[in-house]
Design a protein around this ligand. Structure first.
Ligand SMILES: Nc1ncnc2c1ncn2[C@@H]1O[C@H](COP(=O)(O)OP(=O)(O)OP(=O)(O)O)[C@@H](O)[C@H]1O
Ligand SMILES: [Mg+2]
Length: 259
């Protein structure tokens, strides 16, 4: 697989429903990887580059005009195509570790599980847009839907506003959660499932332990012939911070997949 074996970098994705703590934990991941001497690029989907962020705005805006599931799906993959071409692939090729807040599992969970889009259609677009680029590790932050919703609600009240995905109904998010967990069960080697209902520090510890066991220890100079890059970190400039209220499009409606 191109991402996994023919590039020097590592591709890590963070997944999970609304408010589980993805944006909160991404800084931890960045710091841990950087401390091991690798360049780190943090980014998000939909978005991550200028054009992809413009598409994200289209996905999240509320409008009188209805958004067909097919339109949402194609916009998600359009954003992913330019994100891959302009940010993810170049970073991996130069040996950087890319940490992405939501990716194609979100498309399967939100558009597939949530909205009922045929997973076969998502798979066809995944193959067309991504080729064989897949994450080396996907960290699934799992928590009861009500808990994530309560966290997201409190965050949004503090910051003002919510997007159209965050207004989806509970049954929708239950389907999203089930789809994520099923995917994790189907691909245990790629997924690390973390109990996100715990306190922040406990979630961080689970992520650190999994990252070290799965990727950092095997990639250390002692066990690999490829030396790490000089320590440095970089951000795409679009990664949302824990204080940001914008939801990711992959969720509810539009996530095509990406998220
Ligand atoms: N383990 C935790 N315990 C309690 N609160 C948390 C925990 N992790 C994150 N939070 C808080 O919950 C809220 C949601 O967290 P965050 O924005 O990181 O979630 P998210 O998964 O990125 O959400 P979204 O899907 O909307 O992007 C924030 O206010 C954050 O500070
Ligand atoms: Mg977030």
């Amino acid at each position: 697989m191109k991402t996994a074996s023919t590039t020097h970098g590592r591709f890590i994705t963070l997944e999970g429903g609304e408010g589980v703590g993805k944006s909160t934990q991404i800084a931890t991941l960045r710091d841990l990887i950087a401390a091991h001497g690798f360049e780190v690029v943090t980014t998000r989907e939909p978005g991550g580059t200028h054009r992809a962020e413009r598409i994200r705005e289209l996905l999240l805006e509320t409008s009188e005009e209805s958004m067909p599931a097919s339109c949402e799906l194609l916009l998600l993959f359009a954003a992913r195509a330019t994100h891959l071409e302009n940010l993810i692939r170049p970073a991996l090729a130069r040996g950087a570790w890319v940490v992405c807040d939501r990716y194609t599992d979100a498309t399967y969970a939100y558009q597939g599980g949530g909205r009922g889009v045929d997973p076969g259609q998502i798979a066809a677009l995944e193959s067309f847009i991504q080729g064989d680029v897949r994450p080396h590790l996907t960290i699934l932050l799992d928590a009861p839907v009500e808990l994530g919703a309560a966290r997201a609600r409190a965050r949004n009240e503090a910051q003002g506003g919510s997007d159209r995905f965050e207004r989806e109904q509970q049954a929708f998010f239950e389907r999203v959660r089930r789809c994520y967990l099923q995917r994790a069960q189907d691909e245990p080697d790629r997924f690390l499932v973390v109990d996100a209902s715990l306190a922040r520090e406990a979630v961080t510890r689970q992520i650190e332990a999994g990252l070290i066991a799965r990727l950092l220890a095997p990639a250390s100079p002692q066990s690999s012939s490829t030396p790490p890059n000089p320590a440095k970190t970089g951000a795409a400039g679009f990664q949302d911070s824990p204080s940001e209220s914008t939801g990711s499009p992959q969720r509810g409606s539009r996530q095509p997949g990406s998220r």
